[in-house]
Structures are given as structure tokens and as C-alpha cells.
Write a protein that binds this ligand. Structure first.
Ligand code: SAM
Length: 225
């Protein structure tokens, strides 16, 4: 009888160990694959079809910037970081790979870009990132701790490069979005972190202070006091 119990426990242990080893091997395999995609911007951009890859230089965050921003924004464990206007997901994906104990959310108004972001997420095997299709004005900002903003509303300004012609642009929308974001950021508690890239800073309330600036002030790190 005791012999039987020992034998059964032994089998359970082997099954458990095999499962753990299998999970570990899958994890290592996924990380290695993701690491290859994330080796250079050129490599990463090839996760997408050429129509999206072509937009990278003008519209998607470079990997080195994403890594710096992620380090700053995911300062505490389990931080929830929102990319306001996440495009094809480049910032969120690079950040999620780099900071595994934080969670990154991207909200994007163009459904096609959300689909590309989701496909890339699956290819990279990342679990700590998700993409929301919609306008950022539909979100409850209380669900997020810190924010990334790559001048997402600039397409509304005349004479700027557009991603495509699938949406309407206007100066009124530019002002409305900036005012809306300003209000949301203003309501966040002290300690809230924000990274802006190429921003005109119309959306940043006065109680956010720059704690670091790089690239001739194109990249700024802010904390609300
Ligand atoms: C400069 S791209 C940045 C993409 C991404 N954050 C990155 O760094 O790789 C800005 C994105 O914001 C999106 N966007 C602009 N206004 C938005 C809004 N009101 N709600 C949701 N997304 C918006 C645009 O469609 C565009 O894909």
C-alpha cells in the first residue's frame, strides 16, 4: 500500500517537473525569439507588413527611446502604463519586453493598427501588454498609473505628415484632445509619471515637473508634484 502511494507521488513529481521544465523551455524559446526581433529597429519594424514598416521612421518610437521611457515609467512593480495613441504598438511591445513586471496598455483609434499590434504581440509571445481599439477620451484614466505620449495629435495640424487618410483631421480636434488630456493628467495623484516625445507640451499641466530631458528636449521625463 505505502509502496503504491510512494509510486503515485513519484509519478506526480515527475509530471510536475516535466511541466515546469516544459514551461521554462517555452519561456526561454520565446524570449530568444523576441530578443532577435528587438535587436535593432530595422529588425523590429520587419514584424509588420511593408506598408506599416515604411511609417516607422516618422511615426513609431525608436527602441532606444522606448527602453528609456519604460525604465522611467515602470519605476514600481506592477505599474500600469498607458500609451496614449499606440499606433502599431512599438512602444508598448518594446517596453513590455524590457520591463516584465509592469503592464503596458495601448489605446489606438485606428482598428487596422490595433490588429497589427496584436499580431506582433503574438509573434513576440508577450503577455504583459494589451491593445484597446478606441479613442483615448473613452478611457477611465484611474485605471492607469503612468503615461507615455508621442505627440499623438499632431496629424490634426495642417502641413504635417499623416499616417493615412482613414480619419478626419482638424485644428479643433487638436485643441480638444490636448485640453482633454491636460484635464485627465491634472486629476492624477502626485507621483504620476509622464514621458513625452516630440511634444509641444500643450497637454502637460504646470504641476508636472521635468526631472530629466534628452535629445535637445525632444524627450522629457516628468513627475507630478
Ligand atoms: C506618433 S503615433 C505613435 C505610436 C506609438 N505611440 C509609438 O510610439 O510607436 C500616434 C498615434 O496616435 C493615434 N491617435 C491620435 N489621436 C488619437 C486619439 N484621440 N485616440 C486614440 N489614438 C489616437 C494615431 O492614430 C497614431 O497611431
Amino acid at each position: 500500500m505505502i509502496d503504491k502511494v510512494y509510486r503515485r507521488e513519484g509519478i506526480f513529481k515527475i509530471i510536475l517537473q516535466t511541466e515546469n521544465t516544459w514551461n521554462l523551455m517555452t519561456f526561454i524559446k520565446q524570449r530568444t525569439q523576441a530578443w532577435r526581433w528587438l535587436a535593432t529597429d530595422q529588425q523590429f519594424n520587419q514584424l509588420y507588413p511593408s506598408s506599416i514598416e515604411r511609417l516607422a521612421k516618422r511615426h513609431w518610437t525608436p527602441l532606444s527611446i522606448a527602453q528609456k521611457a519604460a525604465d522611467f515609467l515602470a519605476a514600481e512593480k506592477e505599474a500600469r502604463v498607458l500609451d496614449i495613441g499606440s499606433g502599431a504598438g512599438k512602444f508598448c511591445l518594446a517596453a513590455a519586453y524590457h520591463k516584465t513586471d509592469a503592464f503596458f496598455y495601448g489605446v489606438e483609434q485606428r482598428k487596422s493598427l490595433v490588429d497589427h499590434a496584436e499580431t506582433a504581440r503574438a509573434m513576440l509571445g508577450l503577455e504583459n501588454v494589451s491593445f484597446i481599439h478606441g479613442n483615448f477620451t473613452q478611457l477611465d484614466f484611474r485605471d492607469y498609473d503612468h503615461f507615455y505620449f508621442y505627440n499623438s495629435f499632431y496629424e490634426n495640424l495642417a502641413g504635417t505628415d499623416k499616417i493615412d487618410d482613414s480619419i478626419d483631421y482638424s485644428g479643433e480636434l487638436y485643441n480638444y484632445y490636448n485640453r482633454y488630456l491636460y484635464k485627465q493628467l491634472d486629476q492624477k495623484p502626485a507621483g504620476t509619471r509622464l514621458v513625452t516625445y516630440h511634444s509641444l507640451e500643450d497637454e502637460v499641466p504646470a504641476n508636472y515637473h521635468v526631472v530629466q530631458a534628452e535629445m535637445d528636449n525632444l524627450l522629457k521625463f516628468w513627475i507630478k508634484i
